[in-house]
Design a protein around this ligand. Structure first.
Ligand code: GTP
Ligand code: MG
Length: 714
């Protein structure tokens, strides 16, 4: 075995702890969450050093897969999982006749590590039987034994091993219990030869016997190909691939194949019952009426038509208000730190072009964005805790009725909500939606959800222009509510767009929601903090690269031709006279109708590279224009700016609102467009998305500003 990499596929039902186990074994930290469909693509990782053993043991590579209920995939993520086990669709049925040496681009795994939820054995065993039919070396990780133990339904791994005929190891993936034994069993299994194990046909299952015999005659007797032909035929109800499998099975009539299919499914369920009986679960379940557990009691409230909705809105309001008020002190500290750094640099270098570039450009640009790290960290922390507790699935269930009334799929809820964090993983998350049209609608809706990159923009505008003097409202609360309003607007708009798309370009019936409610679990703070840490790292990497580059380029455009006035280290720059300033002024006629001047225009242009660039760019423009070298906070500069014509404030709550509304709708994220292109397989939808969203953004901002003016506001 030495030298060759042992490929191990980690498969199993959704939400059973596959990724948790994969993370333990490989030392990685991919996202886990307490709902089905967290993992939607295959991810590889090498065995962590502490499990690697001696040099003779040879390298092991693991592949983490999306969860599947059976080997007949109905959605994109399930297809990914199946292909990792058996190759591309159809390859199984065509393999015997396919002239190509290996029509499968995915290498078949050497060992399947099937993760089974010990606290949910009945459902998990069906898949186990199907995987046995594949005839691949198999090791079962009996996970969540801690939960099963607590629930009073422990499973004896030895009994299960005797029933399935493959190694069974008890594990607790959360703590890493049993991981070393899993590795040992996997290595051992790789060396063994195995044959596909099919369930015994029952006494009356003649059709099934006929199909099996035909498969044997066709030379499909050995290896996984044969079981796959039968399995495909069985699970497809004689439709689709099964119809093509028919002729391959010695010309048996389709009716026989269909009948065999039903018989095989029934035979599997019979076998599941037998195993449950052997493990001792059936008897116990029969004896004790299942008591109402704490999960069910909580659910009575949280999925209640009225109380559930009240709870959901309260949770959301709490999150947005605390993002505002809790982050405040930390943001102040960061602001001060960058101010001190800037002052230190100008002190050390003295006045000059380089100093101006460093202080006005690099430090101010990056600093204006880094300031938002506390808020972004809080947002990810809250969303992570919601995900890991199991609440998200409840919220999806709760809002499914509402979604259905709009004609939308309940499964779309979790991707939509995770769009609050970032559209990219959210768009990948739509792979769990089986209907192509429903999936497309969801993909088109997601960029309307306000992602974390919009947060700095909302915060800046709200912080600068929505200040209350009312002593009864503590500062932060009302601003938090304005922020909540922006999120509500974006959510309502996403839903409205979904409603429209569903009735126009993506007409299709909506299938009912099939969603498992996972048991509530205490979120693991460590896991959530790791995710927060990774996200903040990504955000900072963005700040250090894209934002810095944009800032430097814009700084150059705004600095030349250089005309400086006044005293101070470099004096104020006549930004308006620069190349960049003049170009932006040419755009002013388009900006004025929604209450913005050319300075904001520079920011809007910059933000097509990345939304946060708006903030760093505004910081740059105002920083360069400031006559003294004591940098005032960007918010203050915005508030103090006067309209040269009227002498009134240039930025009012109304113009701020119009600007925020523009950013609610504008599609300004190249990465999102790239992902949409990949997931929809072409340029059509990303182009549609960009054009329509930008158009809507402009019109909505215009309506808000002009409407507000007409009503006498601002
Ligand atoms: N109590 C307990 N919880 C576990 C165990 N293993 C995983 N979990 C939790 O179960 C939930 C699901 O874990 P994941 O690793 O994301 O499950 P998955 O099988 O990868 O899920 P999908 O990718 O959605 O198919 C998380 O909340 C984990 O913390 C375990 O052994 N015991
Ligand atoms: Mg997973």
């Amino acid at each position: 075995m030495t030298g060759r990499v042992l490929l191990v596929a980690v498969a199993g039902n959704p939400n059973v702890g596959k990724t948790s186990l994969f993370n333990v074994l490989t030392g990685s930290r991919h996202q886990v969450g307490n709902y089905s469909g967290v993992t939607v693509e295959r991810r590889e990782g090498d065995l962590a050093r502490r499990f690697a053993g001696t040099a003779d043991d040879g390298p092991v590579r693991l592949v983490d897969l999306p969860g599947i209920y059976s080997l007949s995939p109905i959605s994109e993520d399930e297809t990914v999982a199946l292909e990792a086990l058996v190759g591309r669709p159809g390859a199984g049925a065509e393999a015997p006749t396919d002239p190509r040496p290996d029509p499968r681009p995915d290498p078949r795994p050497d060992v399947v590590l099937l993760v089974v939820d010990a606290s949910n054995l009945a459902r998990n065993l069906y898949l186990a039987l199907q995987v046995l039919e594949l005839g691949l070396p198999l090791v079962v990780a009996l996970n969540m034994v801690d939960v099963a133990r607590r629930a009073g339904l422990p499973v004896d791994p030895a009994t299960l091993r005797a029933e399935l005929g493959v190694p069974v190891i008890s594990t607790v993936a959360r703590t890493g219990e049993g991981a070393a034994e899993v590795v040992a069993a996997v290595r051992e299994a790789a060396a063994a030869t195995v044959a596909p194990v099919l369930v015994e046909p029952g006494p009356g299952d003649d059709a099934l016997r006929q199909v099996l015999a035909a498969a044997e005659r066709e030379g499909l007797a050995a290896g996984p190909a044969r079981s796959l032909v039968v399995a495909r035929a069985a699970d497809d109800d004689g439709e689709g691939p099964a119809a093509t499998a028919g002729p391959a099975l010695g010309g048996l009539p389709a009716a026989t194949v269909r009948q065999a299919a039903e018989q095989l499914v029934t035979a599997r369920y019979r076998r599941v019952e037998e195993i449950l009986e052997a493990v001792g679960h059936r008897a116990r379940v029969r004896d004790e009426a299942p008591a109402m557990g704490p999960s069910q009691r909580i659910d009575r409230v949280l999925t209640h038509r009225v109380w559930g909705l009240v709870a959901f809105v309260s949770v959301m309001a709490f999150i947005f208000v605390s993002i505002f008020s809790w982050a405040e002190p930390l943001m102040g500290l960061i602001e001060d730190a960058f101010g001190a750094l800037s002052a230190g640099v100008s002190e050390a270098l003295g006045p000059g072009l380089l100093t101006a570039l460093l202080t006005d450009g690099v430090i101010a640009g990056v600093g204006n964005v880094v300031v938002f790290v506390p808020q972004i960290a809080l947002l990810f922390l809250f969303l992570g805790l919601l995900e890991d507790s199991g609440y998200l699935a409840r919220a999806a269930f709760l809002l499914d009725r509402m979604m259905a009334r709009l004609g939308l799929h309940g499964r779309a809820f979790i991707p939509l909500l995770s769009g609050y964090a970032c559209a990219i993983p959210a768009i990948l998350g739509t792979r769990t939606i089986s209907s192509t049209k429903d999936r497309l609608v969801t993909i088109l809706m997601i960029p309307f959800m306000s992602c974390s990159a919009r947060l700095p923009i909302y915060t800046l505008v709200i912080g600068a222009l929505f200040v209350t003097d009312d002593p009864w409202i503590s500062e932060g609360v009302d601003q938090g509510l304005v922020l909540l309003g922006m999120y509500l607007l974006s959510t309502a708009s996403a839903l409205a767009m979904g409603f429209v798309y569903k009735r126009t370009i993506c007409k299709s019936p909506t299938p009912p929601l099939v969603l498992e409610l996972p048991p509530y679990r205490l979120p693991r703070l460590r896991d959530t903090l790791l995710v927060v840490f990774d996200r903040v790292k990504d955000f900072l990497k963005g700040a250090a690269t894209v934002i810095m580059a944009c800032t430097v380029v814009l700084w150059a455009l705004l600095s030349f031709p250089a005309e400086r006035t006044g005293a101070g280290q470099g004096g104020a720059v006549q930004v308006g006279e620069s190349y960049g300033g003049r170009a932006a002024q040419a755009l002013e006629p388009a900006l004025e109708p929604f209450g913005q001047d050319w300075r904001v225009g520079v920011g809007i242009i910059g933000s097509f590279a990345a939304r946060e660039v708006l903030v760093s760019t505004l910081g740059l423009v105002y920083g360069m224009e400031a006559a003294d070298d004591d940098p005032t906070a960007l918010g203050e500069a915005l508030r103090d700016q006067e309209d040269p014509a009227t002498g009134k404030p240039q930025h009012t709550p109304l113009s701020g609102l119009a600007l925020m509304v523009f950013f609610v709708y504008a599609c300004m994220c190249m990465s999102t467009l790239a992902v949409v292109r990949r997931e929809t397989g072409g340029w059509k939808w990303p182009v549609f998305m960009f054009v329509s969203m930008t158009g809507i953004a402009y019109v909505m901002a215009l309506l808000v500003y002009q409407g507000g003016r007409a009503l006498g506001l601002g």
